[in-house]
Design a protein around this ligand. Structure first.
Ligand SMILES: Cc1ncc(COP(=O)(O)O)c(C=O)c1O
Length: 379
C-alpha cells in the first residue's frame, strides 16, 4: 500500500528547462528573471507593484517596515496561523497582539480585531488562512477609521478571490509565500505586493541592503555607478533560479486552483452527511484555492482528532493537525499580547485536521482517503 502524502508540489520538465536556461545564462542571483516574475505576479494579482523576497516571512517584515511600524508598537495578528505571522512584528521589536478568528473561515474579522486594539496599535496583519479569503472590506473600514495599516498575510492564498477579484489587492500591502506547501512554489521564496509606489520602492531597496543601485544594474554597466546605502537594509533577495521556476509555476496556477477546487468539492460531497465532521467551504464573499482542505472533528464523530489522525496513518494516509495557535507555543509563553480569551482559536487548533490535497492526487487515492474517514466514523 503506497503512502498518500498530505501535499506534493506540481513540478515538471518545464521548471527543469527554465532552471537550465538560467544556469546557462551565467546570472543566477536576483536579476532579470526576478524582475519578470515580479511583473507577471503583479499582473496576475491585479496590483501595481510586486517586490520579490526570500520568503513570506521576510516579505512580512518589509511590509511592516514600509507601513511605518516601529519598536514598541502593537500589531494585531491571529494566533491561529503559522508562527511567522506573529514573529514578523516581534523581529521589529513590536508586540504581536492576538485576535480570535471566526469559526467558518478561521480568519480574523473586524469584530475580533476591534476587541484587541490598543492605543499603540499601528497595524493589523490579517491572514487568508489556508487560502480561505478574508472579509477584507469591514477590516479596511476599521483600519481607515483608526488610521492603522492593513497588511494581508496571503502566504497561502495565491489563486483565491475576494468579491470577484484576486485577494491581496485591497490591503495596504500584502505578503505571499512560495514554499512548497503552497500552490505556486519556488522552493523557498516570497513576494510583497502593494499599490503604493513609495512603499514598493523602499521595500525594493531594503531587500537588497538598502542600496540605491541594484547589483543587477551595476553588473549591466562597464563602469558601475557608485551605490549608496540610505538606511540599514537586509539581504531578503530572491534568486533568478527561484524566479524562473516561479514564472513557470505562475502559468500553472489557474489550473492548480481549478483542480484543487474540484478535489475539495469531492471531499465535501462525500462527507456531507457524516455526523460530527465540518468541512472547509467557500465563504459568501469569495472563493478559496483550498491550499489546505481542513475538517473539524467534533464530539458527534466516533473518533477525536488525534484518533482520526492515527486511523488515517494506519491506512497509509498522511494527514496533518490543523493550523497551530502561536499563543500556545513556548516561544510566546508569558507573552503579554494575549489580551483577551481566544475560544475559537483554541477549539479549531484542537479539533481540525488537514486532509491530502494536491494537483496530482489521483481519484483512486482520494477515494482511499474518503473511505478511511468514512470507516473511522463508523459509516
Ligand atoms: C499564514 C502564513 N504566513 C507566513 C508563512 C511563512 O511563509 P514562508 O515559509 O514563505 O516564510 C506561512 C507559511 O506556512 C503561512 O502559512
Amino acid at each position: 500500500m503506497n503512502r498518500i502524502s498530505v501535499m506534493k508540489p506540481w513540478l515538471g520538465t518545464a521548471e527543469s528547462e527554465a532552471l537550465a536556461e538560467v544556469i546557462a545564462s551565467g546570472w543566477v542571483a536576483q536579476g532579470p528573471r526576478t524582475a519578470a516574475f515580479e511583473e507577471a505576479f503583479a499582473q496576475h494579482q491585479h496590483v501595481q507593484h510586486a517586490v520579490a523576497a526570500s520568503s513570506c516571512t521576510t516579505a512580512l517584515q518589509l511590509a511592516l517596515i514600509v507601513a511605518g511600524v516601529k519598536p514598541g508598537d502593537d500589531v494585531v495578528v491571529p494566533s491561529f496561523s503559522f508562527i511567522a505571522t506573529a514573529n514578523a512584528p516581534t523581529y521589529l521589536g513590536a508586540r504581536p497582539v492576538f485576535a480570535d478568528v471566526e469559526e467558518s473561515t478561521g480568519n480574523v474579522t473586524a469584530d475580533t480585531v476591534d476587541q484587541v486594539l490598543t492605543k499603540k496599535t499601528t497595524a493589523i496583519i490579517a491572514v487568508d488562512q489556508g487560502g480561505m479569503p478574508l472579509d477584507l472590506e469591514p477590516l479596511r473600514k476599521l483600519c481607515d477609521e483608526r488610521g492603522i495599516a492593513l497588511i494581508e498575510d496571503a502566504a497561502c492564498a495565491a489563486g483565491s478571490t475576494y468579491k470577484g477579484a484576486p485577494v491581496g489587492g485591497g490591503a495596504d500591502v500584502s505578503a505571499w509565500s512560495f514554499h512548497p506547501r503552497k500552490l505556486l512554489t519556488t522552493g523557498e521564496g516570497g513576494m510583497l505586493t502593494t499599490n503604493n509606489s513609495e512603499w514598493a520602492a523602499r521595500a525594493r531597496r531594503l531587500r537588497e541592503h538598502a542600496m540605491d543601485v541594484s547589483a543587477a544594474e551595476r553588473h549591466d554597466s562597464t563602469l558601475a555607478p557608485q551605490e549608496h546605502y540610505g538606511e540599514v537594509g537586509y539581504n531578503f533577495r530572491m534568486t533568478d533560479l527561484q524566479a524562473a521556476v516561479g514564472l513557470v509555476q505562475l502559468g500553472k496556477l489557474d489550473a492548480m486552483v481549478l483542480m484543487r477546487r474540484e478535489l475539495a468539492g469531492r471531499y465535501r460531497e462525500a462527507f456531507k452527511t457524516v455526523q460530527g465532521l465540518r468541512c472547509a467551504q467557500d465563504p459568501e464573499h469569495g472563493t478559496s484555492n483550498f491550499q489546505s482542505f481542513w475538517i473539524e472533528v467534533d464530539p458527534g464523530f466516533r473518533l477525536d482528532r488525534e484518533q482520526l489522525l492515527e486511523h488515517l496513518a494506519s491506512d497509509g494516509i498522511s494527514a496533518r493537525r490543523g493550523i497551530m495557535a502561536a499563543h500556545r507555543q513556548p516561544a510566546y509563553a508569558g507573552h503579554s499580547g494575549t489580551v483577551s480569551p481566544l475560544p475559537v482559536t483554541e477549539r479549531l487548533t484542537a479539533n481540525t485536521l488537514i486532509l491530502p490535497l494536491y494537483h496530482e492526487l489521483a481519484q483512486h487515492e482520494q477515494d482511499r482517503v474518503i473511505a478511511s474517514v468514512l470507516n473511522a466514523g463508523g459509516g
